[in-house]
Design a protein around this ligand. Structure first.
Ligand SMILES: CC(=O)N[C@H]1[C@@H](OP(=O)(O)OP(=O)(O)OC[C@H]2O[C@@H](n3ccc(=O)[nH]c3=O)[C@H](O)[C@@H]2O)O[C@H](CO)[C@@H](O)[C@@H]1O
Ligand SMILES: C=C(OP(=O)(O)O)C(=O)O
Length: 420
């Protein structure tokens, strides 16, 4: 298992190029099941979750070839299987995103139930209920969601009880090939949903209103092939900006989209950062010491839960005391016990953490439990005195492309140690 060794205390400087967004690339990859011809995707991040998605498509008979560093050409014309096995789904929850497209395209899908994960139970009842409203017969047996439909799925009015990102995406993908109009109310409004809608529309789908809480999808009979470039990763961008602020540095992120980061930028400014931005870049200059900031996570356009752990680390070394309230997932404070091992003064009860800023964290051996907890521990290692070893970094490889190389280029002292 690989680990990172970080010698903290370096300031960062320079420019980092942001990769394509994991949370846009994964649904878009699953959506490539839908068209009747080849699709070429560019700005696809080099991530373990992307490899898993391509492996899953392979299992379904959907072949691909890599084109250069970041593009992939996918051929769905050879689709001949309909089962997403447990072995793949257990390593990547987003595999559930194949359910809607596969059912819409072939009339049949068997997808392993993803089960819970470190950050919460994460049920998929809304995905199943929505597909049932569209005429799917669904049984959950032997750990699998077994879905079928006679003929085509039928357009339906679906009101989601809870705002769900992958729930909205799954239903949107199923609806593009359904008969008639589907209306998804209380839809998630994340930028990645807009990116998926733009991709589907580029292939000839008719999706209107993505980015608002009601999405209208007028079903079409077939989708064509095409080309599409995945949006930049707003969470990777935010993570580098927090790393810069926590280490008292100045950093510029390029090939990104600041307009997807309003809530995060607001909190960075509240913490004392000076932000400048253009269409596809954003830069941050640090104050002498950041101020601790209160955070309440919420669905977009609120503050993203995927940035909560990184701000928690920032607060541990900031001036003052601040509260963090996690409202999306019931168990997303797994980084806190690890941060405490580095000297952080954080109390937590239920979904609230109270961070009392201290002058310095101290290096320690810490362990990753999930993707964004891992990012928060890497940031903690960068600001701590002495050496920090971050173990189980396979979590971070799911969602950050070459994070250690990007940090090294900014001047961080971080190395990957590979152990068998
Ligand atoms: C691949 C991907 O895009 N992952 C993102 C996606 O996860 P994901 O789509 O899994 O998260 P959801 O938006 O679905 O979850 C939001 C809340 O709804 C609940 N819920 C969800 C579905 C359902 O059928 N029933 C139900 O109760 C969940 O348990 C959670 O409490 O959005 C999350 C919230 O922004 C992000 O943290 C993840 O990075
Ligand atoms: C929770 C996340 O991802 P996933 O939904 O793929 O587990 C994340 O990106 O922070």
């Amino acid at each position: 298992m690989d680990k990172f060794k970080i010698r903290g205390g370096q300031t960062l400087s320079g420019t980092v190029t942001i990769s394509g967004a994991k949370n846009a690339a994964l649904p878009i990859l699953m959506a490539t099941v839908l068209p009747s011809d080849k699709v070429t995707l560019s700005n696809v991040p080099n991530l373990h979750d992307v490899d898993t998605s391509l492996e899953l498509l392979d299992c379904l008979g959907v072949t691909h070839s890599r084109v250069g560093e970041t593009a992939v050409c996918i051929d769905p014309t050879t689709l001949n299987h309909f089962k997403a096995p447990y072995e793949l789904v257990k390593t990547m929850r987003a595999s559930i995103l194949v359910l809607g497209p596969l059912l819409a395209k072939t009339g049949k899908a068997e997808v392993s139930l993803p089960g819970g994960c470190a950050i919460g139970a994460r049920p998929v009842n809304l995905h199943i209920e929505g597909l049932r409203k569209m005429g799917a017969h669904i049984d959950v047996e032997n750990g699998y969601i077994k879905a079928s439909v006679d003929g085509r799925l039928k357009g339906a009015e679906i009101l989601l009880d809870t705002v769900s990102v992958t729930g909205t995406e799954n239903l949107m993908m199923a609806a593009v090939l359904a008969e008639g109009q589907t209306v998804i109310e209380n839809a998630a409004r994340e930028p990645e949903i807009v990116d998926l809608a733009n991709f589907l529309n580029a292939l000839g789908a008719d999706v209107q209103g993505a980015g608002n809480d009601t999405i209208y999808i007028n079903g079409v009979e077939t989708l064509s092939g095409g080309e599409y470039s995945v949006m930049p990763d707003r969470i990777e961008t935010g993570t580098f900006l927090v790393a810069a602020l926590a280490t008292g540095s100045s950093v510029r992120c390029e090939k990104t989209d600041p307009s997807a980061l309003d809530a995060v930028i607001k909190k960075l400014e509240e913490a004392g950062a000076t932000i400048e931005k253009g269409d596809d870049w954003i830069s941050l200059k640090s104050p002498k010491r950041p101020k601790a900031v209160n955070i309440i996570t919420a669905p977009h356009p609120g503050f993203p839960t995927d940035m909560q752990a990184q701000f928690c680390t920032l607060n541990t070394i900031a001036d003052g005391t601040a509260n963090i309230r996690e409202t999306i997932f019931e168990n997303r404070f797994m980084h806190i016990p690890e941060l405490r091992r580095m000297g952080a003064n954080v109390d937590s009860e239920g979904n609230t953490a109270i961070c009392h800023g201290i002058d310095k964290l101290t290096g320690a051996e810490v362990m990753c439990t999930d993707l964004r907890a891992s990012a928060s521990l890497v940031i903690a290692g960068l600001v701590a005195t002495g050496e920090t070893t971050v173990e189980r970094i396979y979590h971070i490889d799911r969602g950050y492309e070459s994070i250690e190389k990007k940090l090294q280029a900014l001047g961080a002292d971080i190395v990957r140690v590979s152990e068998k």
